[in-house]
Design a protein around this ligand. Structure first.
Ligand SMILES: Cc1cc2nc3c(=O)[nH]c(=O)nc-3n(C[C@H](O)[C@H](O)[C@H](O)COP(=O)(O)OP(=O)(O)OC[C@H]3O[C@@H](n4cnc5c(N)ncnc54)[C@H](O)[C@@H]3O)c2cc1C
Length: 319
């Protein structure tokens, strides 16, 4: 048993996900009170180089051909073995489709408590979690002796989890990973001709308030006038009014534009968690109680249709 805080690094196709750095930052806050080290746990195959900028005291690297790509089966087996042997104080996972999948199964398999949707830690080792879909922040003691935790973005910036110094790396034994029930057959790439909204500096985001597919034109016109790109919340994508590559949120992309212009978007937690790294959020909504106003720097309570045409017209007139 140790007081170390383990962080399970998420990576896909050679890219470490931002949530991994956010978790390392959280682990750095938690570790002094716990009295242990921050340990990045990297599972992969020929992937050691990914660890070079982790703000960790140590990296435990588990290398195996079956870990070359994420599969829940292989991760569960490898991590169950590691956690059983080391019994760290806490193991942090991203509250993502990958992390939530593995953490929930490990909780059941190992009989360990799971703290979900943790946003940050306090200096006396308490966790702060978003509950009731993000409407309530709950503070609590981290269950002893070993707790599994899934973390959402927002409490720390990914840069707080990066370091210019490479941490020491130790290889850790991997158990037999044969007869896996699930293997990756292929990746399905998003539409290649489309833009990558995670890299765009100015996003015009539309939600259910846009009402129908024809009205997407209004957002397109505004985007063209202002030099931005249109993206959307899930109801718009589910209706097929824009391609899935434009989805912002838990099931879509994390974005970090300089300006995020949210029109007719309520601000559900699954959407908001992906926009917290935006420079300035501007929201237009008819409902003064819409949660999007809680995180917007500028908010306009009005009908988006009254605003958009006038705004687009004025921007065009200035060019
Ligand atoms: C597991 C899971 C994953 C999810 N993943 C995602 C995800 O990746 N991304 C995502 O976005 N959602 C996701 N969701 C769905 C999420 O919970 C919300 O349902 C969704 O974000 C709501 O989208 P919305 O804000 O466009 O719609 P609504 O919540 O219906 O809000 C529409 C808003 O438009 C306003 N409005 C209406 N008319 C006008 C008008 N004329 N002018 C101005 N404002 C107007 C309304 O006041 C309202 O606030 C997920 C849910 C689950 C359970």
């Amino acid at each position: 048993m140790s007081q170390d805080i383990y962080v399970v690094i998420e990576h896909l196709r050679g890219q470490v996900a931002d949530i991994s750095y956010t978790m390392l930052a959280g682990a750095r806050e938690l570790s002094p009170a716990a009295g242990g080290k921050v340990v990045a746990v990297l599972l992969g195959h020929n992937a050691k180089d990914l660890a070079k900028d982790f703000a960790a005291d140590q990296v435990l690297y588990l290398d195996h051909a079956a870990l070359a790509e994420f599969t829940s089966d292989a991760y569960q087996l490898a991590l169950a073995d590691l956690i059983g042997k080391d019994q760290p104080r806490a193991i942090l996972f991203g509250n993502t489709s990958i992390g939530a999948d593995v953490a929930s199964v490990l909780s059941m398999r190992l009989g360990l408590p799971l703290v979900n949707s943790c946003r940050s830690f306090t200096s006396n080792a308490k966790f702060i979690s978003q509950i009731c879909g993000g409407k309530i922040m709950a503070e609590g003691e981290l269950p002893s002796p070993t707790a599994l935790v899934t973390m959402v973005p927002g409490g720390y910036s990914p840069d707080q989890g990066r370091s210019v110094d490479s941490p020491p790396i130790a290889e850790s034994a991997v158990p037999a990973l044969e007869a896996l029930r699930v293997t990756l057959s292929k990746y399905i790439e998003p539409e290649s001709a489309d833009v990558d909204i995670s890299k765009e500096p100015l996003l015009i985001a539309v939600g259910r308030g846009i009402q129908n597919q024809d009205n997407i034109e209004l957002a397109d016109a505004l985007a063209q006038a202002i030099g931005g790109v249109v993206c959307a919340s899930r109801p718009v994508i589910d209706q097929g009014w824009l391609s899935t590559s434009r989805l912002v949120g838990k099931s879509g992309k994390q974005v970090k534009p300089k300006v995020y212009f949210a029109m007719g978007i309520s601000g559900a937690p699954e959407h908001v968690e992906a926009i917290t790294q935006s420079g300035t959020i501007i929201a237009v909504n008819t409902d003064p109680k819409a949660p999007i106003f809680d995180i917007a720097k500028y908010g306009v309570q009005m009908d988006l249709f009254e605003l958009v045409e006038v705004l687009t017209g004025q921007l065009k007139a200035k060019v």
